[in-house]
Design a protein. Structure first.
Length: 356
């Protein structure tokens, strides 16, 4: 009887391992082919698996596959065993070119998700704060008044712990209307010549989040994507009420995101990822996510103490140093440039730049 119990435990454990086994990692994206939009699993950054078609063609339980990425994110825990099985089967059949697999290069990428809310971090890397002193910050990234109030935190939103000398987190809203996909053009608005880049890591929210403590924030992150937080450094001519974040951040096409979403289980440590930006072949930003002032979990917690976050919402974690406006001789994007934001394990977000 004892031996039978041991065997049953071993079998149960083996079944659990096999059920959760992932032989092939994948990314998730939204694609268009001949006018049809579909969700896809991206394998090895060059093959796209039409999830709905593969679900219909392959043996096994056939759950209903959503047609919208936000719905897939909400249902991911239930769908994950099937998605893993599809990824493994597709990877094993790549040589035979099944009908449900397509070459990435023949498809049009769409924004991987249509976020309801986009929150972007300001000066979340100390080096970036230093290079932007011309915008009114001190060398520590703080105004003199902020220095005086640093121990106060933000009552009800950000409670400062003893010994924490960092500036408070700072987030601003970026308009979802500014979102474009990888491959689509960043358009320089008429009369706006100081258009800058910021290569950033974005957390994709996976479940409703409200007043989430830092230690539980990871449970509310579905995965990761990229954003080029394109910025109009001209802001307002009149300086009214200080920095104008609407003009500075939310012109049409100023929020390239993608190219894909990487589920969090495929990124070992989001706080130790290489982060680079290349403009027309020249390296402009070369940093790491470990240089953030407030880490990804602190930013998710902070945001959720201000507003309720929902599946598919994005929190962009801020830019490292190396932006165009922070140089002794500023450099801005111009017609004909190509921008490429790359973060290790996530991918490369590439966008041409065109004039008005």
């Amino acid at each position: 009887m004892k031996n039978l119990l041991v065997i049953m435990i071993c079998v149960s454990a083996l079944a659990s391992v096999l059920l959760g086994q992932v032989q092939e990692s994948f990314k998730l994206g939204t694609f268009e082919e001949h006018g049809r939009v579909f969700l896809g699993l991206v394998l090895r950054d060059n093959v796209v698996v039409d999830i709905s078609q593969a679900n219909a063609d392959l043996d096994g339980t056939k759950p209903i596959i959503p047609s919208d990425m936000k719905d897939l994110i909400q249902q991911y825990q239930e769908l994950r065993p099937r998605l893993y099985a599809i990824a493994n089967a597709a990877a094993g059949a790549l040589g035979s070119h099944p009908a449900y697999t397509k070459e990435l290069k023949i498809l049009k990428a769409r924004p991987p998700v249509a976020p309801g809310t986009i929150l972007n971090a300001a000066v979340n890397y100390a080096e970036h704060a230093n290079e932007m002193q011309s915008e009114g910050a001190t060398a520590a990234g703080l105004t003199s008044r902020e220095q005086e109030n640093i121990n106060k935190g933000i009552p009800g939103i950000w409670e400062r712990k003893p010994g924490d000398t960092r500036q408070n987190p700072y987030l601003f809203l970026k308009a979802p209307a500014a979102v474009i996909a990888s491959g689509e053009a960043i358009r320089i608005p008429p009369g706006r010549e100081q258009v800058d880049w910021e290569c950033e890591l974005d957390a994709v929210i996976g479940r409703i989040a409200n007043h989430v403590p830092v230690e539980r924030a990871a449970d509310y992150i579905f995965g990761w994507t990229l954003q080029n937080d394109v910025s109009d450094r001209g802001f307002r001519a009149d300086g009214r009420f200080g920095t104008d974040w609407l003009i500075g951040k939310s012109h049409d096409t100023f929020a390239p995101i993608g190219p894909f979403i990487v589920p969090k289980e495929f990124v070992k440590n989001p706080m130790k990822l290489s982060q680079k930006f290349i403009l027309s072949g020249k390296l402009m930003q070369d940093s790491s996510t470990e240089r953030m002032t407030h880490n990804v979990y602190e930013m998710v917690s902070f945001a959720s103490n201000i507003m309720t976050l929902r599946p598919g919402d994005l929190i962009s974690m801020g830019s490292p140093a190396g932006v165009g406006a922070g140089r002794t001789k500023p450099i801005f994007m111009k017609n004909g440039d190509v921008s490429a934001c790359t973060i290790e394990s996530i991918g490369t977000l590439t966008n041409p730049v065109v004039g008005p």
